[in-house]
Design a protein around this ligand. Structure first.
Ligand code: ADP
Ligand code: ASP
Ligand code: MG
Length: 450
């Protein structure tokens, strides 16, 4: 088979009719793109999450109406929407009755069932948008492809089963020349129920499907023309990066650059599949290629920002000359499926930030009272919030002289609550007050990139 690309379009790219048309044109202009993965139209998943967590009747009606309005606005622009309208209405009715059930008693499985409707609707509509522009495509329910475990809200894919499903269902379609449209973000648990991969998970879906298809590349079409030296919304002077390595992009995604879901690079790295990031609104502006070993490898590559961080400080005199304290703490955190992100230790205390990336679809808080109670049995526990993690991403940062001086000199006026430096060759992390975070990013960006 000739070159095979898997394309993914995010929420803003399918937010309305005009945006969907731009996506359709991108797909039609590129004969290599045979599989298209879509997110829900912008705003829809947030509304569905609110519904799925349960709310009063009046609120429910208002939320369902907002979802309906987003989808109807697109349907109203289509010339031949009658059949599709019935299908979308059926899904909207479904959302309504499932949300009624959720308001009585919700569950992680029900939450995933409800929020999966967003991607179902956007993909059905997109098939019609393509048809009106003259392209036939085949709609596939991604639950017949992506198999996961039953960790609802942040399910992990079952690679072997997903491979088998794709070999059976997807490959024959592609081999006969179909253009396949399917959903990101969603999977199926062993018991047949719908799962989701965590917020922003459509990027991950695209990379997973590209991997099992042995595709030549993954094209992530979004609302920015590539990966920038920092979030252009924070620092308008941010510059587009033409090529970067998997390792650099993975660090950026992990440390908050929302442009890629943190897990996206896993399949790409495993199977050495280049990832392209470009703007669906302005494809002519070009984008970023993420590959295994591009040159050059600059000392400073980018700055990422992760807001809303929680710092846990655990202090205990029994840590002094003792063994097993950290093991104990980590066991408790693992039991609650929490992964630690950055960590510093002293003689009698340990401070750590919790990894919120790729957080559960339900938006549930990481720190539960049960977890805090269990940790309190090992030590005194202090929880600090209102913090943000600023990560400087680069290459060989740990061996370059003068990096710390330059970094701290630039942001000398701000209080740095915690530093993580040395574990990775690719990053230096600083925890700062959230109200200073944007300013810290802009200052560092100006010093290191402008
Ligand atoms: P999509 O809906 O297409 O998945 P997202 O909103 O998830 O899009 O990701 C795109 C956004 O990521 C951009 O609008 C931008 O604000 C943000 N972003 C954060 N860091 C970066 C970065 N370094 N380069 C580009 N975009 C970034
Ligand atoms: N629609 C989902 C979300 O908003 C998945 C995605 O957009 O990638 O999180
Ligand atoms: Mg995204």
């Amino acid at each position: 088979m000739s070159h095979l690309s898997v394309a993914k379009f995010g929420g803003t790219s399918v937010a309305n009719y005009a945006a969907m048309q731009s996506c359709a044109k991108i797909v039609m202009a590129d004969p290599n793109t045979r599989v298209v993965i879509l997110s829900a139209s912008a705003g829809v998943t947030n509304l569905l999450v609110a519904l799925a967590n349960g709310c009063e009747k009046e609120e429910r009606e208002s939320l369902v109406n907002q979802v309906r309005q987003i989808q109807y606005n697109i349907l109203n622009e289509l010339k031949n929407a009658a059949v599709l309208r019935e299908e979308i209405d059926r899904l909207l009715d479904n959302i309504e009755s499932l949300s009624d059930a959720a308001s009585l008693a919700t569950s992680p499985a029900l939450i995933d069932e409800i929020i999966s409707h967003g991607e179902m609707m956007s993909t059905l509509i997109f098939v019609e948008v393509l048809r009106e522009l003259g392209a036939n495509s085949t709609w596939v329910d991604v639950r017949t492809l992506v198999a996961t475990n039953d960790n609802y809200g942040k399910a992990a894919p079952n690679d072997e089963l997903t491979q088998q499903n794709c070999d059976r269902v997807l490959k024959p379609l592609i081999e006969r020349g179909d253009l396949v449209i399917t959903q990101g973000f969603i999977g199926r648990a062993p018991n047949g129920k719908t799962t989701t991969l965590g917020r922003g998970g459509s990027d991950y879906s695209a990379a997973l499907i590209a991997e099992v298809l042995k595709a030549d590349d993954v094209l992530i079409w979004t609302d920015v023309a590539g990966i920038y030296t920092t979030d252009p919304r924070i620092a308008p002077a941010a510059q587009k990066i033409d090529t970067m390595s998997f390792a650099e992009a993975a660090e950026m995604a992990t440390f908050g650059a929302k442009v890629l879901h943190p897990a996206t690079l896993l399949p790409a790295v495993r199977s050495n599949i280049p990832v392209y990031v470009g703007s669906s609104k302005a494809p002519e502006q070009g984008g970023t290629w993420v590959t295994r070993d591009p040159q050059p490898r600059p000392l400073f590559r980018a700055i990422a920002l992760r807001r809303d961080q929680t710092l846990l400080t655990l202090s205990s005199l029994s840590m002094l000359h003792a063994q097993g304290f950290l093991a104990n703490v980590f066991n408790i955190l693992a039991k609650y499926k929490i992964s630690v992100d950055t960590i510093t230790t002293s003689e009698v205390s340990v401070a750590l930030t919790l990894d919120k990336t790729g957080s559960a679809s339900s938006g549930a808080e990481l720190l539960s009272n049960e977890l805090l109670a269990e940790l309190s049995e090992t030590s005194s526990v202090k929880v600090d919030t209102g913090l943000s993690l600023v990560a400087l991403i680069g290459n060989d940062l740990h061996v370059a002289a003068g990096v710390a001086k330059r970094l701290f000199g630039t942001i000398a006026e701000y209080n740095v609550r915690m530093i993580s430096y040395g574990a990775s060759t690719n990053n230096i992390c600083l925890l700062v007050q959230s109200e200073h975070a944007d300013e810290v990013v802009r200052k560092l960006h100006q010093e290191l990139f402008e």
